[in-house]
Design a binder for this molecule. Structure first.
Ligand SMILES: C[S@@+](CC[C@H](N)C(=O)[O-])C[C@H]1O[C@@H](n2cnc3c(N)ncnc32)[C@H](O)[C@@H]1O
Length: 328
């Protein structure tokens, strides 16, 4: 585990041990009551979105990445999916959820790591809501997308939330980085996903980080929220007041100034999604098989770098299936 990954693990472990509830996976300072209202909206948006997917839920194997306190596991379960698995960087979260879902499979892992313990093509859908924004390192973020791609079956769905800024990426503190729509689109494409749709997840109940006068709007929003930080009952009232308006807005708007969910599908070609996986392990394989229709075998001499060979032979991004014929 890298130092950065270890720091993330300690941060989330401590946070979730101390706040094992909706506030721990939302904004702790706004308290539990406000977080509960936020999650009521998320429940509606998420379930509506899943019902729109052309899938047989009872036959699906689903993985929730960054499962936290289990909110999205519970949504998938109550929607009737066939089998459930969860992955989180926090030991505490995984231990609690493994007890709450004895039939589920749980992994304690960093999704941005080089090789998390996820089988290839094991899941029909993966949800990663409010998770990848916590991976601030861009290479770890790309690795996370590749890991998700690796564990999804061809045609499988990824439900992923972010800010999808119309400007540049923006980092807030040490543990939160919202990415721009153009960066996410490029990353999804290069990792072998096609984008299906994008819908608002929260409009008024989260800070308006994607607006023209961002800092002014954020300051205004933070000012209105000051009383919510002070008392639980104010959080309850504010949540109750915003809830019906928020429900209207998430249904009516195409884009949100705050947070959106993107639905992506795994393409049946893998592009260069395996290149990074083999990086740093030269000599671990003897040949690469590539093909689209016909099969083309490239020999890789022992000790040479996989990425170099692939880049020489297949201009990036190449729409080819790439298989490694040895374990890495
Ligand atoms: C803001 S919470 C969201 C939890 C849940 N998805 C929800 O929306 O209620 C972020 C979760 O992601 C987990 N997490 C953060 N970084 C992660 C990583 N690199 N790999 C796996 N899980 C991670 C945290 O432990 C935490 O449970």
């Amino acid at each position: 585990m890298t130092g950065e990954s270890e720091k993330q693990r300690t941060y989330w472990d401590e946070r979730l041990r101390r706040h094992w509830g909706p506030e721990g996976v939302s904004t702790v300072d706004f308290g539990r009551q406000y977080a509960l209202w936020r999650y009521r909206v998320r429940r509606r948006v998420f379930r509506r979105l899943v019902r729109r997917l052309a899938v047989q839920l009872e036959e699906m194997a689903v993985l929730d990445v960054g499962c936290g306190t289990g909110f999205y596991l519970e949504q998938w379960r109550s929607l009737g999916v066939g089998s459930l698995a969860g992955l989180d960087i926090s030991d505490w979260a995984v231990a609690q959820l493994a007890r709450a879902y004895p039939n589920g499979t749980f992994y304690r892992a960093d999704i941005g790591a080089l090789a998390p313990p996820l089988q290839a093509e094991a899941f029909d859908a993966v949800s990663a809501i409010d998770v990848l924004v916590h991976i601030v390192d861009d290479s770890a973020y790309l690795r996370a997308l590749r890991n998700l791609h690796h564990t999804l079956r061809a045609g499988g769905y990824l439900l992923y939330s972010d800010s999808f800024f119309h400007g540049a990426d923006k980092q807030f503190g040490n543990y939160w980085k919202g990415r721009s729509l153009s960066a996410v689109t490029a990353a999804m494409e290069s990792c072998g996903f096609e984008i299906v749709c994008r819908v608002p997840l929260s409009v008024l109940m989260s800070p308006p980080t994607d607006t023209h006068r961002r800092s002014l709007n954020e300051r205004l929003w933070e000012t209105v929220m000051i009383p919510v930080r002070r008392r639980e009952w104010i959080g309850f009232l504010m949540g109750a007041l915003l809830y019906p308006i928020e429900l209207l807005l998430v249904s009516a708007l195409k884009e949100s100034p705050a947070i959106e969910i993107m639905v992506c599908r795994k393409r049946s070609w893998t592009g260069n999604s395996l290149i990074d996986r083999a990086e740093g392990k030269p000599g671990n394989f003897t040949s690469i098989r590539t093909g689209m229709g016909s099969t083309n075998v490239l020999d890789c001499p022992q000790g040479s770098c996989y990425a170099e060979i692939v880049k020489k032979q297949l201009p990036y991004p190449s729409r080819l299936d790439i298989f490694l014929n040895s374990k890495w």
